[in-house]
Design a protein around this ligand. Structure first.
Ligand SMILES: C[S@@+](CC[C@H](N)C(=O)[O-])C[C@H]1O[C@@H](n2cnc3c(N)ncnc32)[C@H](O)[C@@H]1O
Length: 188
């Protein structure tokens, strides 16, 4: 177990709320239990649109139910691998989030993997508007988590600083605590 200075979820939602506003189009690449999808849907409001992806029917059902309870009709929950993002989303987006890993309490084999995460991330970066952000919450404690994180870091570190700003938040004294990577597209 670890404790963070501020809750990671609060920190991520705070960052999203600084960037996303009414009418924006945004993507949740890993819908899971729908918490991030719901938060994004509330930020963009009925004039906006949320695209949410998950490979598990169970996660999509939970997310759709969560949205329905709040009478949200402007979020599309797609049961598909997020590396197929471009087949569904063709408009520019203001923000995207990847909360990586597995669905808590479900099959731990249904987990995000470096190759597909990277393909989805690159697709999302192509759609990202200037001043838009992509947030990745990376977990290092499970099999493949460290490798996935390393792949994301390698891509992030290769981005030209004139066009992209990349930041990492992590607990320095807790090796396996989740790490947040934020990729911002600069307006130039
Ligand atoms: C940590 S959970 C996401 C938590 C979620 N954002 C929330 O607010 O509850 C990770 C999710 O990623 C999904 N997932 C794993 N690989 C995926 C892939 N290739 N494409 C889309 N979703 C994937 C899992 O099924 C799981 O539901």
């Amino acid at each position: 177990m670890y404790r963070d200075v501020f809750s990671m979820v609060d920190r991520v939602h705070h960052m999203l709320s600084r960037v996303v506003s009414s009418g924006d189009v945004v993507v949740d690449a890993t819908a899971g239990r729908g918490n991030d999808t719901l938060f994004l849907a509330q930020l963009v409001g009925e004039l906006g649109k949320v695209w949410a992806f998950d490979i598990q029917e169970e996660a999509c059902a939970i997310t759709r139910e969560k949205l329905a309870q709040e009478h949200i009709t402007w979020a599309n929950v797609v049961c598909a691998n997020h590396d197929r993002l471009a087949a569904y989303v063709q408009t520019p987006i203001k923000a995207g989030i990847f909360n990586l890993g597995y669905l808590p309490g479900a099959n731990h084999q249904m987990i995000t993997k470096g190759e597909t995460t990277l393909a989805a991330l690159q697709g999302m970066m192509e759609l990202l508007l200037p001043e838009g952000i992509i947030i990745l919450v990376c977990y290092l404690g499970h099999d493949g988590g460290r490798c996935e994180y390393d792949m994301i870091c390698e891509l992030s570190e290769s981005l030209p600083a004139a066009n992209w700003c990349v930041e990492e938040c992590r607990l320095l004294n807790k090796r396996l605590a989740p790490r947040i990577i934020v990729i911002k597209k600069l307006d130039n």
